[in-house]
Design a protein around this ligand. Structure first.
Ligand SMILES: CC(C)(COP(=O)(O)OP(=O)(O)OC[C@H]1O[C@@H](n2cnc3c(N)ncnc32)[C@H](O)[C@@H]1OP(=O)(O)O)[C@@H](O)C(=O)NCCC(=O)NCCS
Length: 190
């Protein structure tokens, strides 16, 4: 029970102090820029908030990003004419060390899956994309069905088509991971 958390758009009063996921760039973002960028709409930050302490224990930040048509063979076919592939982009994701390996990262990605589909239901969107920080993280994302654009790409661009996410959600049905958290999150999105 003490580990209960909800995933919601970054609330004003949430305690960010002490967040440490092990990557300084991400920790500095939480400390200095997360609230500012969220408010200005540069990214939207979705926070895993520990209910008992009101602490930020994880987050995923999302924005929109376009790619060249050669993201994939399919995107080439669909978007070559307009020369830009619209995607939802995971700008950053992190879980504070004390709470890592408890499934929160997976829940945040699932939340990003759900939000991508909501966005794609409103405006044309090809995929959810990200840049993996290193090769071992590529494996982590590959296990969740993300595809690496090219092995030669040092920025490790990865994507999962919205069609695949829809399939995964349909397959999971009512047995989606952390249903309780998703329900709270869904009901509070601004
Ligand atoms: C990546 C991260 C968000 C995962 O969050 P989490 O809550 O620990 O993830 P989950 O509990 O859902 O899944 C745990 C699994 O993630 C995988 N994983 C986590 N970090 C990994 C890494 N650096 N490389 C490879 N796999 C990793 C492992 O398979 C782990 O399973 P295990 O317990 O069997 O080892 C978290 O480890 C983190 O904040 N890392 C530092 C910041 C970071 O790397 N962000 C991503 C930048 S692309």
């Amino acid at each position: 029970m003490d580990d209960d958390y909800v995933i919601v758009p970054l609330p004003d009063g949430v305690i960010r102090k002490g967040f440490s996921c092990g990557i300084q760039l991400i920790d500095n973002f939480v400390k200095n820029n997360a609230a500012k960028q969220h408010k200005k709409g540069q990214v939207r930050v979705h926070a895993a908030v520990h209910v008992a302490s009101n602490r930020l224990i994880g987050f995923v930040s999302l924005c929109l990003k376009t790619y060249e048509p050669d993201l994939s063979e399919e995107s080439k076919e669909l978007f070559e004419r307009v020369q830009a592939v619209p995607t939802v982009y995971i700008a950053m994701i992190g879980v504070t060390q004390e709470f890592q390996k408890k499934g929160i990262g997976g829940d945040l990605l699932w939340y990003a899956f759900e939000k991508s589909v909501e966005i794609a239901n409103i405006a044309g969107t090809y995929a959810l994309t990200l840049n993996a920080n290193d090769d071992s993280l590529c494996e982590y994302y590959q296990n969740l069905d993300f595809i690496r654009m090219s092995e030669d790409d040092e920025t490790r661009i990865m994507y999962i088509p919205i069609s695949k996410i829809r399939e995964a959600i349909a397959q999971a049905g009512s047995e989606q991971p952390s249903t309780a958290n998703s329900e709270v999150a869904n009901s509070t999105v601004a």
